[in-house]
Ligand binder design. Structure first.
Ligand SMILES: [Zn+2]
Length: 285
């Protein structure tokens, strides 16, 4: 099953819901980074939310970058989505591992840490980027995104995310949803949505049962939901040889001259994917 993003609206148009499945993306991140189970869960959750925010961008060539810096053993984590929800991610210490919580769940909050910030950067290509930052609530990521929407975007939203990692460390399910209440929504609709969110419970059992469609069915229960868009998404990195050469040019002429004098090549590994580039000094201007 491919990963996908589905967008739906309630019959009255006041609730907008985006749901994503990201099992393949999370598995790819685990593979690229050699991530521990708890790091895989953190990366999967961050990618799910970032993909949904990316899919909400209006124009091509724009992107959204999410940086989570919670002071935990995982270190800084970054996820980047293009305007269609194709996402890549990176964490400073992907091998960081922690014992599971007493309830058996992976301790994502412990790995991420909760004394820090969640920053969202929307790169609008040509315009000044939009940057919003909130203090982390728990490091569990879904609660942190909910706080971000409330504080930074002043939109009442409910965000739920989940990643289920098997005993062989492979990703069995990953995904989530963001439900937003649009301006002018009647109070009873807010209550109905809240009840649905509470009744639906954890994300991964719903994903295992029926993918992203099941998230929509449960969260929009009784609200006359219509699906308005559905698109496949994947782990996608945009690194190229030309971009790597541009980045190297930034290290300074003296260093480049030094490498040139020694006749060495520069090997650069992309931090988001498994590509690596060997650049000869003759390629640097
Ligand atoms: Zn790359």
């Amino acid at each position: 099953m491919r990963d996908e993003i589905i967008k739906a609206v309630s019959g009255d148009g006041f609730v907008s819901l985006t749901a994503v499945t990201s099992r393949v993306m999370a598995e790819r991140a685990r593979d690229i980074h050699g991530a521990s189970p708890v790091a895989t869960a953190a990366l999967g959750r961050a990618m799910s939310a970032t993909a949904m925010m990316g899919a909400a961008l209006k124009s091509e060539d724009t992107s959204v970058t999410v940086r989570i810096n919670g002071g935990g053993p995982l270190g800084t984590m970054i996820a980047v989505s293009d305007c269609c929800g194709n996402t890549r991610a990176w964490a400073a210490n992907p091998a960081a591992d922690l014992p599971s919580k007493p309830n058996g769940k992976l301790d994502v909050g412990g790995a991420v840490g909760s004394s820090g910030t969640l920053t969202v950067i929307r790169d609008m290509r040509g315009e000044a980027p939009y940057v919003g930052t909130v203090a982390l609530v728990s490091g569990e990521i879904a609660e942190d995104f909910t706080a971000y929407f409330a504080v930074s975007e002043q939109t009442p939203a409910a965000c739920a995310l989940g990643v289920l990692v098997g005993t062989d460390r492979s990703v069995l399910a990953s995904g989530g949803y963001i439900a937003r209440l649009l301006p002018g929504a009647p109070p009873e609709l807010a209550e109905a949505l809240e009840t649905n969110v509470a009744n639906s419970g954890a994300v991964t059992p719903m994903l295992l049962e029926g993918g992203a469609d099941m998230l929509i069915e449960r969260v929009m229960f009784g609200l006359g939901a219509r699906t308005i868009a559905r698109a496949p998404v994947e782990y996608r990195c945009y690194c190229t040889r030309a971009r790597v050469i541009d980045a190297i040019a930034g290290i300074g002429r003296a260093e480049i001259e030094d490498i040139r004098a020694k006749g060495e090549q520069i090997e650069v590994k992309c931090r988001f994917c498994d590509a690596s580039y060997r650049i000869g000094t003759d390629e640097l201007t």
